[in-house]
Design a protein around this ligand. Sequence first.
Ligand code: DPP
Ligand code: ZN
Length: 839
Amino acid sequence: NQTVYLKDYTPVPVTVSHVALSFRLDPQATRVSARLTCKRKGSGDMVLDGEMLKLLSIAIDGVPLAADRYSRTDTTLTLYDAPDSFVLETEVEIAPEDNKALSGLYMSKGMYCTQCEAEGFRRITYMLDRPDVMATYDVEIGGDLPVRLSNGNETGPGTWHDPWPKPTYLFALVAGDLLATSDRFTTSEGRDVTLNVWVRPGDEGLTAFAMDSLKRSMTWDEEVYGRPYDLSVFNIVAVDDFNMGAMENKGLNIFNSKYVLASPATATDADFANIESIVAHEYFHNWTGNRITCRDWFQLCLKEGLTVFRDQQFSQDERGFATQRIGDVLNLRARQFREDAGPLAHPVRPESFVEINNFYTATIYEKGAELIGMLRTLVGPKGYDAGCALYFERHDGDAATIEDWLACFETATGRDLSQFKLWYAQAGTPRVQVSETFKDGIYRIDLKQIVPDTPGQTDKCPMHIPLAFGLLSQDGTETQATQVHELTTETGSMTFEMSAKPVLSILRGFSAPVILEFEQTESDRLTLLAHDSDPFNRWEAGRVLAKDRLMRAVTKDAGFDDAWLNAVAALATDELADPAFRALALALPSEDDLAQSLYGAGVVPDPDRIYAVRRAAQLAIAARLRDALPGLRDAMATPGNYDPKAEDAGKRALAGRLLGLQTMLDGGVAARTAYDAADNMTDRMAAFANLLEAGDTTVAKQFENDWQHDRLVMDKWFMAQVAHAAPRDAVTLADTLTRHPDFDASNPNRFRSLMAGLTAGNPAGFHNPDGSGYKFLADWLLYLDKSNPQTTARMSTAFDGWKRYDADRQDLMRAQLQRISGTEGLSRDLSEMVTRMLK
Ligand code: DPP
Ligand code: ZN
């Protein structure tokens, strides 16, 4: 297992400018003929990638190649003395039906489909399988399957031409018995585009929301980034067996069906929001990823961080800034901060990897997006637009680097971004310590940044941190609107002449991905919670208050005070506040968040105690609101037909939280009524979860009988049961469910639902002190690694927090990691992950 280094990047000596592919599809013996138009650019042999290919013939310029002109290994084909320009023809045979890794050409429920990012194309034919080789494509798909799709424009039945040069990872092919929902879109340039969402027969009623999301994304990218679409057709295909969320193949996006198919009866509000943002994300890649791609995989954040930032902007515009931003930060903290604090921490632009598939991480995606947001804050909205415009103009058609990207902003705005660039190189979440004094009419803020050590990185340089802040008077009036202080040195300070000590609202909008350490007074926090004009910080103040309570309850057995309970109750009942915001404010920090914070504060987290304290806090809030709960929940009713719009989703979210509180008090009576009355999946899942929490023994069977026929709904069934089981029962239940006839580990959605239901959904269950959760997960990782290394390696990250826990649990987890690492024949993916986690 070789390590690849960024510093070793070298361009290819011979490149490919056009690829002509011809497929004769067969489950066991697909024939792929390739004609590569090649041109020499430097000296050296041409080394093509190829894996699990049976080579049937090879020729240059029509002449079969003599055996001494090339050689092969398991993963390469080397051409000796290739001429200056030539056409390489190969024919290979592959077996899509046997491809259970779901990388390359494979089959899902009788349909042929592909996944080539990052390095799947080499399982289809011999080629330079790297992103800096960009070629135009002609594809011919033979046979009589009714639908045969590839990239670009269709030139005849099953024949496709893609005029836009693209790297191999954006190649796609789909063939099978599929139905389309179709629509049209006219671009700002007057191009008439056919839009299709392709699904298996039976699912055609579930595509409307994805199609609507696509049209809104196309309009938004024209209006906000000036980016029109560039082909006459845009195809989306829903596939049941898919390792990732979705894939931005040029003109032929392939989606995990979970992120396409939706109806009010089967999808929750969260599902609708995910569909909207993922459809947008993949569509936005057409410019940030496809027209301008990455020079090498170390630059992955160039397309992913930027495209996540763009889809977050889109969702803010579609659904409201505050709730979207709070949700994105919650997700960043839950996944990326955790990653950054453990053995898997890596820079947004890594410097080495063994298996690139292991780097499709929260750091590259979500922290990568925060970097774009900080850049926008530093250069301002106008500077950001100018930098982006220059990037599209200068690099269209290029395989670019982070340096190329930043240079556009330096040129467009005149700013020096050399220190900012450290964000791409230094891993770990910086901590920013804040202290304040007020004396003799001078208010002073002192700042100190600490960039922690991470694996392979110590003694880091200070970062360029934009801190957005504002000041309020003690009565909550804003006395200074938001400004940005740029902290560029280890310590910094600000002073203000004032007649009274103000209330500081710092890190507004979460202007940098840092951990704030600020012993702000209780009364200042309550002022922010009640009055801050920055909705993010208003929410954050409530969250800090809650976290303090929960941490003190864990460490000092402290009870929950009236001041806090009254503040929470006031927010819950504040009819002037947005229901979505109230729902977010009522949500307590998660068990994992508390474990991470306790660990950060030098306390060994006890998962059982955290679980118990969180429940006690919920009970205390419920008791405080007891009489108000039924009325509050009634007020959140959304009469009429279900509408996934943000306003209604916010009401349902609050109603769901309130039902959770009611269940703490009534043992499931209200939840049972809600379950029976539910006319949409959001309300149904909220009621289902609460009934499971309350120990209801009949609802799981009832749900199963009602939804057995629907695989996406059944994923929820598997997950919810494990997530909401009593911690001591969770592993046993998960194990029992793996023997359910509908449990199929080869389907990544089903596997993840059950496993993550335990590891993420039920931390106290996963961390059962007898170690059964660890053994259960390790057994399944070893099982699935044989067929699907990518999904296995992803799931193995559940172990990445192992060093937080007590000695006994650490021993138990280390033993499982060592058992995995000592197993023969491990995939490169899983082996890299366990090696990093054990280090
Ligand atoms: N490039 C994909 C995406 O993030 C992941 N395979 O959209
Ligand atoms: Zn992406």
